[in-house]
Design a protein around this ligand. Structure first.
Ligand code: ADP
Ligand code: MG
Length: 408
């Protein structure tokens, strides 16, 4: 059996040096500075963000690094080590929904959204390098947007980023909103807002309780090492087609159910009102039956976030495992967004002694997380890798996560 592959996080000086070196190589001069922003993993609260619900992401130690220099001519030149260092160019004045292709849309979109929000942002050169895996459900897209957002904030003197990770910083919420607009409107990817808030507003050593009804946040201490625990991330490296269509279909079902129930979002359905709501939705049609399952997941999942946070607040981190397990079951059976690789990862981790395990992120591939005893990390990773090999699945990759710092 082959040894588990680990996704190492770069040190901050190493990441900054990589971005700077690429900048100098491609643009022939020094950048104004370097900035970075983390990917994220969501502890619990999946597919709740676009329902005005609660989620609980932590920032990863894995970050995207950018070196950026202002330009005065309104053009944006971009290069990324993850794009083989090719040089791309966009005129800022031309950026609008549907005009920018590929990864430059995430970067140009942030500048566009900040301008739309009334900020004086001009052209720039930027070089990108990252140790956040792409498309693994760990939010490399928000890491890229957020790193660019804090870089533009600094080089254009917007004063929105403030000190890193300040939970009450309304400026960071505005930067996050600009990143969401960039991703939705310029990159054309529907996202609910959790990823950008995690990357810009999380605090080291904490999980970020994000209330997507009003965008408010609370920093919840999440000290794994004090309990002798570790958070193991399993990147399944599964690739499934039609993911965007499935995401859109889930959103549409939730919106349709909320409309039928006469509420703005499913957040307004309290657990005590769930049975009555399900009875209303269950009209004998196939659509009604689907809405019943989707709503049961969303309402139950929001309640699980509250229980999870209550346990953390009470210093009972070791007891959150069953909530993670219940979240996975609900995502698999009611929300129907799991897949074989995620189920194999979760089941193998539990069988090897994980306290709890669940898929994380949108689903249909991406990553799973497991809460494990610190001294069992290697054994659990080996067991998951072994289960994948036994089922002829592509070898997964692993990371051990301590909650990292926000974009800076
Ligand atoms: P996830 O955010 O889960 O990693 P997404 O599909 O939302 O997956 O975002 C991945 C996309 O973000 C990539 O296909 C690419 O367009 C862009 N991206 C992210 N990081 C980088 C990077 N370092 N360089 C270039 N593009 C990037
Ligand atoms: Mg993304």
């Amino acid at each position: 059996m082959s040894a588990p592959q680990w996704l190492e996080a770069w040190s901050a000086p190493d990441g900054a040096a990589r971005a700077r070196a690429l900048f100098v190589e491609r643009f022939g001069e020094e950048p104004d500075g370097t900035w970075s922003a983390p990917g994220r993993v969501n502890l619990i609260g999946e597919h709740t963000d676009y329902n005005g619900g609660l989620c609980l992401p932590v920032a990863l130690p894995h970050r995207t690094y950018v070196a950026l220099r202002r330009r005065e001519d309104g053009s944006v030149r971009l290069t990324s080590a993850q794009d083989a260092g090719r040089l791309r160019q966009v005129a800022l004045a031309d950026v609008a929904p549907g005009t920018v292709e590929g990864w430059p849309s995430y970067v140009a979109g942030v500048a566009w959204a900040l301008r739309e929000d009334g900020h004086a942002v001009g052209g720039f050169d930027v070089a990108v390098d990252s140790c956040v895996p792409f498309g693994a459900g760990l939010s490399s897209s928000a890491a890229l947007e957020s790193a660019v957002a804090v870089a533009l904030d600094a080089t254009s003197g917007l004063g929105l980023a403030g000190p890193g990770g300040d939970p009450d910083d309304a400026g960071r919420a505005r930067l996050a909103a600009a990143c969401v607009r960039a991703e939705n409107e310029i990159a054309g990817a529907p996202t609910g807002g959790m990823d950008q808030s995690a990357s810009l507003r999380a605090r080291e050593g904490h999980a970020l309780l994000l209330d997507c009804r009003d965008g408010s946040v609370r920093q919840v201490p999440f000290d794994l090492s004090a309990d002798g625990l570790a958070l193991l991330v399993v990147d399944t490296r599964a690739e499934h087609a039609l993911v965007d269509g499935q995401y859109a279909a889930r959103r549409a079902a939730c919106e349709a159910a909320a409309a039928r129930l006469g509420v703005p979002t499913l957040r307004e359905i309290a657990p005590s009102g769930l049975e009555a709501a399900l009875a209303t939705l269950d009209d004998g049609s196939d659509e009604g039956a689907v809405q019943v399952r989707r709503v049961r997941h969303v309402v139950g999942e929001i309640a699980r976030v509250e229980e999870f946070v209550a346990l953390l607040d009470a210093g009972r981190l070791r007891e959150v495992g069953p909530l993670m397990d219940a979240s996975h079951t609900s995502l698999r059976d009611d929300y129907e967004v799991s897949c074989r690789e995620l189920d194999v990862a979760v089941e193998a981790a539990r069988a090897a002694g994980a306290l709890g395990a669940r898929m994380t992120g949108g689903g249909f591939g991406g990553s799973a997380i497991a809460l494990v005893e610190h001294d069992r990390v290697d054994d659990v990773a080996a067991a998951v890798a072994g289960a994948f090999a036994a089922q002829d699945l592509r070898a997964p990759a692993f990371a051990v996560v301590l909650p990292g710092a926000a974009a800076r």
